[in-house]
Design a protein around this ligand. Structure first.
Ligand code: GTP
Length: 398
């Protein structure tokens, strides 16, 4: 999967869907007014469920954020606080939330029952204290600051600059990581901002319910990827293969692919280099044409399933994969590179410019026969793979 495609899938698509949902909500708002009472109750239920699910799946940052949003909604939906209390502190709340979210964008998920919880709790308290401190200093030293800053940089502009900086940091971090949890954090920041800066655009019951749903979807989708994706190569895993089998019809073709002499390769270059090569070979296999779906079956073995295709129609596509890998000059990265000084790195680069390796693969392919189970078809493909190896490797056998 290219980096751009990955970003589109895990960052831009969720952002687009959120923006679309907001637009649809605006459009249908008049009709939703009749549901006002029910909508007002939604955040309590949805946020509570998302806290429990996030804890269960060890997504501690989402659990903390959901708990903070729950606390915020509890206070703001209570008339006593809204009218006299919290309204006066809305800027500090906005800023405190933004500081917390920005900090969360840069830390990792940790177990909730660990010493890290204490640090997280202290961090949240610090974020809100910093927000109160900023607001106090911004107002108190306004006259002094005016002597040094241009006139148009007012108290509000200074706060806005700070908010924009935090937003930029969180967005860049989201872009860098491009995973669902960091995207959920980017969306939290955006909706938190909208909630305070454009209060009439979206009732907080709706924005908080949306966030709770986003957290739930994030945890579920993340767990799905954990279960069905191979961590090293990013390809679909063997479990995903057996999931696909459930939806296969009668006509399909299975190919088994195996890297040639990989043991020797590992022995010569080391296991880490072997991992790099596995990753790169997998990326080539994933590009298979003709409607094939690639899986890492295990170790250095891969499977491609062509649904609704017979043997003769898939052969050119498999041959193309074999040839692509045969002519692929794999440039090895130096794992220690990050720790090296610039001078050492240049020397290493010189040496590494020669670190180009090549591997080949053998492929066995079989199509599904009447009354045959998937396992039997795979066995036939495996036998064909064995024949390809016997014929001298770097071959495609039926
Ligand atoms: N680096 C790395 N090596 C792996 C991984 N999984 C399996 N291997 C190695 O792949 C090698 C497979 O070796 P064999 O099954 O003997 O076959 P081969 O050396 O590829 O030889 P042929 O298949 O006969 O061409 C073993 O050395 C495994 O340790 C992995 O995730 N990373």
């Amino acid at each position: 999967m290219s980096a751009f495609y990955h970003r589109c899938r895990f960052l831009f698509l969720p952002l687009f869907v959120t923006a679309l949902s907001l637009a649809i909500f605006q459009f249908s708002q008049p009709r939703l007014n009749a549901w006002h009472e029910t909508i007002a109750q939604l955040p309590f239920w949805l946020l509570s469920i998302s806290i429990l699910i996030a804890i269960q799946f060890n997504r501690s940052r989402l659990a903390y954020l959901a708990a903070l949003l729950q606390a915020y909604y509890l206070f703001t939906s209570s008339a006593q606080f809204t009218i006299e209390g919290l309204d006066n502190y809305s800027e500090q709340l906005l800023l405190g939330g933004v500081f917390t979210i920005t900090w969360f964008a840069f830390i990792k998920d940790r177990g909730l029952l660990s010493p890290h919880s204490l640090i997280r709790t202290l961090g949240i308290i610090l974020s809100f204290s910093a927000a109160f401190g900023w607001q106090w200093a911004n107002v108190t030293f306004d006259n002094d600051l005016k002597l040094y800053l241009p006139e148009f940089i007012t108290i509000e502009i200074r706060t806005l600059i700070l908010l924009s900086l935090c937003t930029l940091l969180v967005f860049l971090r989201g872009l860098w990581l491009s995973n669902l949890v960091s995207t959920a954090i980017v969306i939290t920041l955006l909706l938190w901002g909208v909630n305070f800066l454009l209060p009439n655009y979206l009732p907080s019951a709706v924005s908080l319910s949306m966030l709770a749903i986003i957290y739930l979807l994030t945890v579920l989708a993340d767990s799905y990827f954990l279960a069905y994706r191979d961590e090293l190569t990013g390809l679909a895993s063997r479990r995903a293969l057996y999931n696909l089998v459930l939806s296969l019809g009668r006509k399909y073709t299975v190919a088994m692919l195996d890297i040639d002499h990989f043991k020797k390769f590992n022995d010569t270059y080391g296991h880490d280099v072997g991992d790099q090569v596995l990753k790169l070979v997998a990326s080539k296999i994933a590009e298979v044409t003709g409607g094939g779906k690639a899986f890492r079956y295990g170790g250095e073995e891969f499977t491609i399933v062509f649904s609704r295709k017979d043997l003769s129609s898939v052969l050119p596509h498999l041959e193309k994969v074999r040839k692509e890998i045969e002519k692929y000059d794999i440039v090895l990265r130096d794992e220690k590179r990050k720790k090296q000084t610039k001078a050492k790195r240049n020397k290493a680069q010189e040496r590494n410019s020669k670190r180009v390796v090549n591997v080949t693969i053998s492929i066995g392919v079989a199509d599904h026969q009447h009354r045959e189970s998937f396992e039997q078809t795979m066995k036939e493909a495996d036998k064909a793979l064995y024949r390809a190896k016997k014929k001298g490797r770097n071959q495609l056998s039926e």
